[in-house]
Design a protein around this ligand. Sequence first.
Ligand code: ACM
Length: 384
Amino acid sequence: MAHNDPVRVGVLYSATGMTSTIGQSQWQGTKLAIDEINEAGGLLGRELVAVCYDPASKPSCYAEQAERLIVQDRVNVIFGGYMSSSRKAVIPIVEKWNKLLFYPTLYEGFEFSGNVIYTGAAPNQNSVQLAHFMTSNFGARVYMIGSDYIYPYESNRIMRELVMQHPDSKVLGEHYLPLDASESDYSRIMQDIRDKQPDFIFSTVVGDSTANLYRAYANAGFNPQTMPIASLTTSEAEIAQMGAEIACGHFTAAPYFQSIESDVNARCLASLRKRFGADCHPNLCWEAAYSQMYLFANAYRQSASDAIGDLLPYLLGSELDAPQGRIKVDPNNHHTWLYPRIGRINADGEFTIVRQATRPVSPDPYLVTHSLGDWTAKLDTLET
Ligand code: ACM
């Protein structure tokens, strides 16, 4: 590579298909970081350039395009993935070619690949806090509705184990619907919810059909003040699709909400709006996609290489002032220290933050610490 050749990285966020709305917000976070990095002089004077494909929300396309990026386009690093099924499709490819994947999405945990940096929340950084908050404030009789793939199955398994630590707990229902489920598909489940009267609904529905779930709930006449939906995946992007009136009163646990008041977040949101206009819905996956590009850029500036073996020593243990707060890549498990927060959707379609950790929580992807209400046991300060 000549000393001024661009540094080309692979980018796989869906522009079409059932998870394209959240995928495009991840792309906006990625593009924002790339533009800012290039405006600040690039990577040791080289331009940072994204080679992008549209995996169309299909795991098989993710696998095929990841291999194309590596073999044809000769990239060493890939940024991308929303659904866990897409990450699981890409991992064998990056492991086969010994390349690096940055994955910016909350997921079910119980995984480690030395070829992945995980910048979204593990269950001990969102499920544990959500289970505690919902059981303390509403009760422990839960009804589960999810999309039909690995993340919802596994996330519900974890939520079940956490909620069952409460003395009066019960799982009253567990349903998995296709990614393109309609409002009437969800309405049929609302009949059962009316009969069973849970304390809260745990949704692991993802993508564009999320709006249909919340609409079916609203049209059933249920009240979020007494029986809200709690989720790890309903973000500002999905709220924009369903509208504030439908979303208002429900809860999400995430390390980032657009409403976080910090200088870094304010600067970042202003920079986003300048480039992409007002029609952006920054959310947890947007923020992780943005931050992970900076984690890569900072490591590249030290290693002067994008080969995995050169980057990892600088990536592991590295820290960043992200919009959510100061984060760190854990050197032992490649996951990231993040700030658990609970947000309740308000009448403006924004999250009012009702509880937040004041320090980052270290990632525990295998849930070794596995107790309900564990906001503090794994809290620790960053070294700097
Ligand atoms: C997900 O599938 N990790 C949301």
